[in-house]
Write a protein that binds this ligand. Structure first.
Ligand SMILES: [Zn+2]
Ligand SMILES: [Zn+2]
Length: 356
């Protein structure tokens, strides 16, 4: 089969080439990948910043497709089922996090496309190691949801998890979403669904018009630049009657902006940190203490987020289709990578089986 294969830990240490179709064990499922999304976290590895995926392995964790083969013990799924796959590939099933159903925090977690072979391939093995303790990592896709949309449940569930489950944003509250990529847009959609009164989106001067338009389409009430001319502290004070924002969801990750975020946040307000950053942070720790503000950690989603996001997509209340700006054959993988590097896309989706 064709697949993207890691060749080194350097920048662009990947190639498009041939690889054996995975063999499956008695509890495994073989997925024929119809659509697989390129994610910001894949870019960490492509940029040479992450070595969690071993050499010879295949990246990719936002996958949807058709079940091509099932192990002899597998009764729950059958060949031909349309499914989307969560990114978990191995969990221990017995640690404290696993017992509480919070397998994203499993101390032995290995992700599809992180520690294990992932979905930038024509076929991928979904291990029984995760299917036995957590069958919900593989979800059936309703007929009215395409494979392209289904492979973006991952980022949609991420935004839902941050806004609804972690921050518990209430109707009428105010939120700033930092970043207008797929995770930012997912957070905007979720904030709109819970009837946030104001959804301020913070971008950079360099943010492309396509991302700004999408933010507005998904429900942003204002878009401002963190490196622009508008005084954000004054703007937010006016917007919130001097109270400050109830919530900030940071999907972009620049640590240098944390001092600003806490100034924009109300007393007792929360920041959910979704994005990954590299610089030292500027969080004013004593102010945070006096003002009872919190930074909430964030890791992906859980089965609850997947369940409700899928229901909302089925009901037409979450729109993932319009953030898919490019659909490419897997042989054009590096074209997709360049689109991401130049921010000339929102979501890039590959079709590994179009080139058979
Ligand atoms: Zn992702
Ligand atoms: Zn565990």
């Amino acid at each position: 089969m064709k697949a993207i294969i890691r060749t080194s830990f350097e920048r662009d240490g990947f190639r498009y080439g041939d690889k054996a179709v995975p063999e499956i064990g008695e509890n495994d499922v073989l997925l024929k990948v119809m659509s697989v999304g390129l994610c910001g976290s894949d870019m960490h590895a492509l940029d040479g910043h992450s070595d969690s995926l071993p050499i010879g392995c295949t990246p990719g964790h936002e996958m949807a497709g058709v079940i091509a083969q099932v192990g002899e013990n597998v009764k729950r799924w059958k060949v031909g089922d349309r499914v989307a796959a969560d990114s978990a590939g191995y969990v221990c099933g017995t640690c404290q996090a696993c017992i509480q159903g919070n397998y994203a925090q499993c101390k032995e977690l290995q992700g599809m496309g992180y520690g294990l072979d992932g979905g930038f391939a024509q076929y991928v093995r979904i291990p029984g190691d995760v299917l036995l303790p957590y069958p919900s990592v593989l979800v059936p896709i309703p007929d009215n949801i395409s494979f392209d949309e289904a492979c973006t449940i991952d980022p949609a569930a991420n935004g839902y998890y941050a806004i609804v489950q972690e921050a518990k944003l209430m109707p009428g509250q105010t939120v700033a979403v930092v970043g207008a990529g797929p995770l930012g847009l997912a957070a905007i959609q979720a904030a709109k669904l819970v009837s946030a009164r104001k959804i301020l989106v913070l971008v950079r001067k360099s943010t492309k018009q396509m991302h700004r338009d999408a933010a507005i389409q998904y429900g942003a009430t204002d878009i401002l630049e963190t490196d622009g001319d508008v005084d954000l502290r004054q703007f937010v004070a006016q917007m919130t009657d001097g109270v400050g924002l109830d919530l900030i969801v940071d999907t972009a990750g620049p640590h240098s902006l944390y001092e600003l975020y806490f100034d924009l946040l109300k007393k007792g307000g929360d920041i959910v940190k979704v994005g990954y950053g590299f610089e030292p942070h500027g969080a004013p720790l004593n102010n945070i203490m006096f003002r009872s503000q919190r930074i909430l950690g964030h890791m992906g989603y859980n089965p609850t987020s997947w369940h409700y996001v899928l229901k909302l997509m089925e009901a037409g209340m979450i729109d993932q289709q319009s953030m898919i700006t490019h659909v490419l054959p897997l042989s054009d993988f590096f074209k997709g990578v360049e689109l991401m590097r130049n921010r000339d896309c929102i979501k890039v989706v590959f079709h590994p089986n179009d080139e058979e």
